[in-house]
Design a protein around this ligand. Sequence first.
Ligand SMILES: CC(C)(COP(=O)(O)OP(=O)(O)OC[C@H]1O[C@@H](n2cnc3c(N)ncnc32)[C@H](O)[C@@H]1OP(=O)(O)O)[C@@H](O)C(=O)NCCC(=O)NCCS
Length: 222
Amino acid sequence: MWFKNLREDIKAAKANDPAARNGFEILLTYSGVHALSWHRVAYFFHKIKLKLLARIISQTARFFTGVEIHPAAKIEGGVFIDHGSGVVIGETAEVHKGTVIYQGVTLGGTGKERGKRHPTIMENVTLSAGAKVLGGFTVGKGAKIGAGAVVLKEVPPYATVVGVPGRIVRIRDPESPEHKNAAIAIAALNAEAKAEAAALREEAAKAAAKAYLENEAEKKKR
Ligand SMILES: CC(C)(COP(=O)(O)OP(=O)(O)OC[C@H]1O[C@@H](n2cnc3c(N)ncnc32)[C@H](O)[C@@H]1OP(=O)(O)O)[C@@H](O)C(=O)NCCC(=O)NCCS
């Protein structure tokens, strides 16, 4: 499980960082990837009630990576923390796969809530540099939180939120007609390309068969 998550984290780093060259380099030098791997060890010890040991591991990881993750936070494999420095993820936070977290992001509480007081970040969310997401609400999948935004309430899927306090400036809905039309156009192009490839293959097969028959006829003549 630990290795599977690590592989997914490395894949996420490759997919999201144009500067990433290969998996080995990411494994050796990406502090965000290291922070998540340490966190999974801390999470294990927290689960089996060795909470002090879990805390020591999490603080050691913070010292080396600049990323502080509470041992109880739930983070799926395939999350990418870019640059690492100054990221804080609270106890009851949840982060789903495909999410990208830049430096200076806080997934925290407002100080007014008890119980679930840190956010749940759904799949493929972008948390830009310095964004603060505070409270026990959900940030919907595919949402983008702008650099320096302070988000204090629920964010719908595919929304872009910017500013202080955070406000929605756009919702890119994959169910919208533009998205659907684009998907249909791509599917049509693919179907056209497939039909063209099949026609070319058939033509090539016919030409090969003709050449073979001509060759055989030539042999018989001799
Ligand atoms: C929010 C963000 C992800 C862009 O999302 P988007 O959906 O493409 O949004 P747009 O760029 O079209 O911007 C939408 C509006 O929000 C504004 N806006 C965008 N980012 C903003 C920010 N961080 N703070 C305040 N306003 C912002 C734009 O000016 C635009 O306003 P307008 O409609 O009045 O012109 C991006 O602007 C951002 O903040 N990126 C930071 C990425 C980062 O952290 N990089 C660090 C790498 S080290």
